[in-house]
Design a protein around this ligand. Structure first.
Ligand code: FRU
Length: 520
C-alpha cells in the first residue's frame, strides 16, 4: 500500500533519470565543514546520512575489522524515492565514516533492502586471486512493472566485492531468484548453515517467509514456507532475519526469526516481531508458546532491524541495528537536510524467564558502554527528585527504583522549553506507557502524539536505562527485557529528569554518562 502510494507521486521519467544519472551522487564525509551535523534535531550519537532520505539498514556485514552499514538511500530528496544503497563503515559501532553510494538502480530496477555475507570459501566463484568475495543480495524493484500492474516486479539479485566492500559489481546473470508471481517478494537475508553446508536465504513473501538454500549463492532451491496462522498478519511481512543464539546462562541454542510488518505494530504502523524455535536447514519450527505476536521493541520507531553477518562464531555476539522511524510519518518528520536515522547498534540475547519462556532482549553494545565519560551519580534537588543532567550532546541515563508497595512511578524527561517526554512504570497494570504529546514538535502527523503502551514485568525493583539524543529516547527496562525506541523533536535536548509517584518509592541510584557527538 505504502509503496503504491509513494509510487504514484513519482513520474516514471524522473525515476529513469535518477537511475541513470550517477554523476553527482557522492556521500562522503567532510567533518571539517563548520556546522557539520549541527542542524536542529540532528542525531549526535546515532547514524544518519549527511543529506537526504534513508530507511532500512541493509547489507550488514563485518569484515576485516569493518562493520559495514548499507542503507536504503534516495540521494535526490529527503522523501522516499528510487532506492540506492548508501554506505558507511565503522570500526567501533560508534563512529561512522561515510562512503560513496554502493549500489545504483539500473534497467532491472531500483535497489531495495537486502543483506551481505563474507563468502570466505569462494563458493560463488566470484572471488579473485584465491580470495572469497563479499556477496550482497538485494531486491530489484522494477517501478515500470509495478506501475503496469504485473505481480513479478520484485526479484532477488546479487553483487560482489573483491575490495572488502568498497566497490561492488552486479552479477551478470541477475536475477538469481525470480518472482513466481508474488507482489511482495523481497528483502533477502542470507546466512550460512553449517550442518547442511549451504547458504540459506530468508525471504519475505507477501505474508509468509520462504526459505531457500544454495551451495553457491547463485542457484537457489525453495525449501519451505513459514508463517501461516502465527504472529501478526494483515499487511506485508518485510525485512526478515534468521540466526542462532545461545540462551543466556545455559548450553541451549535456539534459532530466532525476525519479521517486520507494516502496518500492524503494537502501537500503530511499523514494528518487528520475532519467533524462537529450531531450524534444520529446510524448515523453521516455531516454539513460541502462543500464536500471538511477540514484539522485539514496543516503541514506535525501530523498524526493519537486522543483524550483522560475518562476526566470528567464537565472538558469538549478535548485533542489530534498526531504522529509527515509522512509515506512518517517516516522510513527514520535521527534518529538512536529511530524513531518517538508525537506532543505536544493540546486542541481542535470548533469556529464559522464570516461566520457562525464552524471550529476545536487546541492549546497547559493550562498545557503547566504553564510549563517553564515566557514570556520574546524581543528587536530586532538595526532596523533589529532580535531577539535572548538565550539558552534553547526548546522555545515557540510568535509574534504579524500589517501588515498594507503590503501584506506579512517573519519570519525566524535560528541557527548559517545558517540553516533556513522559514514562509511566505501572506496576499495578504491569505496563510501561510513554507519552510524547508535549515532547516538542508533534504536529506533522496525528499518529505521532499517541499513547505508546507495552506489557512489562514490573516488580518492586526496577532498572531503567534511557539513551537520550537530540531526537530520540531509547528505553531499556531490566537490561533490555523491554525495549522502547521513540523519536522526538524537542527544541533542545532533554537535560532534566523528574521522578514522581503518589506513593512512597525509593530511588536507589540515579546516574548519567555525558556523551559527546560522534560526528565532530
Ligand atoms: C521496509 C521496506 C522494504 C523495502 C524497502 C524499500 O521498510 O518497505 O520491504 O525493501 O523498505 O525502501
Amino acid at each position: 500500500m505504502k509503496i503504491n502510494f509513494i509510487l504514484s507521486v513519482f513520474a516514471i521519467g524522473m525515476i529513469i533519470m535518477s537511475c541513470t544519472n550517477q554523476s553527482a551522487k557522492k556521500q562522503t564525509a567532510d567533518a571539517s565543514k563548520s556546522g557539520y551535523y549541527t542542524e536542529p534535531y540532528r542525531p549526535q550519537i546515532h547514524f544518519s546520512p549527511e543529506a537526504h532520505w534513508t530507511n532500512d539498514p541493509n547489507g550488514l556485514v563485518f569484515s576485516n575489522g569493518n562493520y559495514h552499514l548499507f542503507y536504503q538511500y534516495y540521494p535526490d530528496s529527503s522523501v522516499w524515492g528510487p532506492m540506492h544503497w548508501g554506505h558507511a563503515v565503522s570500526k567501533d559501532l560508534i563512529h561512522w565514516k561515510h562512503l560513496p553510494i554502493a549500489l545504483y538502480p539500473d534497467s532491472l530496477g531500483c535497489i531495495f533492502s537486502g543483506s551481505a555475507v563474507v563468502d570466505a570459501n569462494n563458493t560463488s566463484g566470484l572471488g579473485k586471486d584465491g580470495k572469497g568475495p563479499l556477496v550482497a543480495m538485494f531486491t530489484y524493484h522494477d517501478f515500470v512493472g509495478a506501475k503496469a500492474g504485473t505481480n513479478t516486479f520484485q526479484n532477488q539479485a546479487i553483487a560482489y566485492s573483491n575490495d572488502d566492500g568498497m566497490t561492488w559489481t552486479k552479477y551478470d546473470h541477475n536475477p538469481v531468484v525470480k518472482n513466481p508471481g508474488i507482489r511482495d517478494f523481497r528483502d533477502p537475508k542470507v546466512c550460512w548453515h553449517e550442518p547442511t553446508k549451504k547458504w540459506i536465504l530468508t525471504l519475505a513473501t507477501l505474508n509468509t517467509i520462504t526459505f531457500f538454500s544454495s551451495p553457491d549463492l547463485k542457484n537457489w532451491t525453495k525449501e519451505s514456507e513459514f508463517g501461516e496462522g502465527v504472529g501478526q498478519h494483515g499487511a506485508a511481512w518485510e525485512c526478515p532475519d534468521l540466526f542462532k543464539l545461545k540462551v543466556e546462562g545455559t548450553d541451549l541454542e535456539k534459532w530466532v526469526l525476525l519479521v517486520s510488518i507494516n502496518p500492524g505494530g503494537p502501537n500503530g504502523g511499523s514494528a518487528t516481531q520475532y519467533f524462537v524455535g529450531e531450524f534444520d536447514g529446510k524448515v523453521f519450527h516455531n516454539e513460541s508458546p502462543s500464536p500471538a505476536p511477540r514484539w522485539m521493541d514496543y516503541g514506535k520507531d525501530n523498524y526493519a532491524g537486522v543483524s550483522w553477518s560475518g562476526i566470528p562464531a567464537a565472538d558469538g555476539h549478535r548485533l542489530l541495528i534498526g531504522w529509527m522511524s515509522n512509515w506512518q510519518y517517516a516522510n513527514k518528520v520535521p527534518t529538512t537536510v536529511w530524513r531518517g536515522a538508525m537506532t543505536l547498534p544493540r546486542e541481542l540475547k535470548l533469556k529464559k524467564l522464570e516461566s520457562g519462556e525464552i524471550v529476545l532482549s536487546g541492549y546497547p553494545t559493550a562498545e557503547f558502554e566504553n564510549y563517553g565519560s564515566k557514570w556520574e551519580t546524581l543528587q536530586s534537588e532538595k526532596s523533589s527528585n529532580t535531577y539535572s543532567l548538565g550539558a552534553a550532546d547526548a546522555f545515557d541515563y540510568s535509574v534504579e527504583l524500589d517501588l515498594g508497595t507503590a503501584s506506579q512511578a512517573n519519570i519525566q524527561l524535560a528541557n527548559s522549553k517545558n517540553e516533556v517526554f513522559e514514562i509511566v512504570l505501572d506496576k499495578a497494570k504491569q505496563q510501561v506507557r510513554i507519552n510524547r504529546n508535549h515532547s516538542g514538535e508533534t504536529s506533522f502527523s496525528p499518529n505521532f502524539p499517541v499513547d505508546i503502551v507495552a506489557p512489562a514485568q514490573i516488580d518492586e525493583k526496577v532498572s531503567l536505562r534511557l539513551v537520550i539524543d537530540q531526537a530520540s529516547v531509547e528505553l531499556f527496562l531490566n537490561e533490555g527485557l523491554l525495549e522502547m525506541t521513540n523519536i522526538v523533536f524537542p527544541g533542545e535536548i532533554y537535560n532534566e529528569v523528574n521522578i514522581k509517584s503518589e506513593q512512597e518509592i525509593k530511588i536507589t541510584e540515579s546516574k548519567v554518562r555525558k556523551l559527546a557527538s560522534i560526528w565532530r
